[in-house]
Design a protein around this ligand. Structure first.
Ligand code: 13P
Length: 339
């Protein structure tokens, strides 16, 4: 298969109606933080057990088209020796890989951050591909205040995202482009909308400059939300209207699918907000999910590190996956939470 057909086939496998992506690619410090809430130490064995449990949830592939893995997971196996990427594929989920090397302070721009990891990326992608990865993810992070993010952070992160995406496509790997506007802070919904619009505008300008094929990428943005310390929180109708307005102003129709991150919303909020967007009528792109916490949190609490709780934990994951699948089609309602 040539590279264009390969990219197209992966996009088609990921962007299926009513399905979304499971983000299970937490970095070392992040997974340790999540495990701490249930009193489990972050050993390699525990991380493998947890991620095997997630991937083995029976029927997960009915709601989840792809799973983003950490580099460590890509090299791990199930108890019977099946490599985890292969296991995911057998479950009907395309295996992907987080390839950025995390964020650092952006020199010259106090308060802003930049994501690193471009050096040697093409070689790493070739190796990940041999292990089964067909798509990748790179996350840029934007802190919000009255003055942040600054112009330099907008430009520098957009350039890095675009270079990453171009390198991925050259290697036959579909890039997920993830610009995350953080919900930490006291800012208003309007300020988040303003920042998100500037961020997405800069990102698509840079993607164009780097000759990235928009049909062969997925966008993973944050929703437009007020800062979590802001006094006035917003309901699904308002979040949906503001988010769609910003996306329509900035995201070209050639992009096949927009898969939101959950970014610290509760699992129920993330589902209700996605549902509200899909009730606003047809958009140029599919609107789906690529959730980490909003899919995994209830399952993690049910697991508690105990093999005996694996079934309950998988049921909790499947419930969130099913409800988010309904939300992709604008068919979710609060009473479904009780079922
Ligand atoms: P959350 O849905 O927990 O924000 O995680 C998504 C993700 O992949 C962050 O990079």
């Amino acid at each position: 298969m040539n590279i264009q057909s390969e990219l197209q086939a992966t996009v088609q496998a990921l962007a299926q109606q009513g399905k979304g992506i499971l983000a299970a690619d937490e970095s070392g410090p992040t997974i340790a933080k999540r495990f701490k809430t249930i009193g489990v130490a972050s050993s390699e064995d525990h991380r493998r057990a947890w991620r095997c449990l997630l991937l083995a949830a029976p029927g997960l592939g009915e709601f989840v088209s792809g799973v983003i893995l950490h580099e460590e997971t890509l090299g791990q196996c199930t108890d019977d020796g099946t490599p985890l990427p292969q296991w995911a594929a057998q479950q009907g989920m395309v295996p992907g890989i987080k390839v950025d090397a995390g964020k650092i302070a952006l020199a010259g721009a106090p308060g802003d951050e930049i994501t690193q990891g471009l050096d040697g990326l093409a070689e790493r992608l070739d190796a990940y591909k041999l292990q089964g990865a067909r798509f990748a993810k790179w996350r840029a992070v934007y802190n919000v205040s009255d003055t942040l993010p600054g112009c330099l952070a907008l430009k520098a992160n957009a350039q890095a995202l675009a270079r990453y995406a171009a390198i991925c496509q050259q290697c036959g790997i579909v890039p997920i482009v993830e610009p995350e506007v953080l919900i930490d802070g006291e800012h208003t919904l309007a300020r988040c909308a303003e920042v998100t619009e500037a961020v997405l505008h800069a990102v698509f300008h840079a993607l164009h400059g780097h000759k990235v094929v928009l049909e062969h990428l997925l966008l993973k943005p944050s929703m437009v939300l007020p800062g979590k310390a802001h006094a006035q929180q917003a309901g699904p109708a308002e979040v949906a209207a503001q988010t769609i307005r910003v996306l329509r102003r900035t995201v070209p129709a050639a992009v096949p699918s927009v898969n939101f991150l959950s970014g610290g919303q509760t699992p129920e909020e993330a589902t209700a907000n996605l549902d509200a967007m899909n009730r606003l009528g047809p958009q140029p792109w599919q609107l789906s999910f690529s959730y980490g916490r909003a899919l995994q949190e209830p399952a993690l609490q049910a697991w508690q590190g105990q093999a005996a709780h694996a079934r309950d934990s998988q049921q909790a994951l499947l419930k969130r996956a099913r409800l988010n699948s309904a939300a992709c089609q604008g068919r979710y309602s609060a009473p479904m939470e009780a079922a």
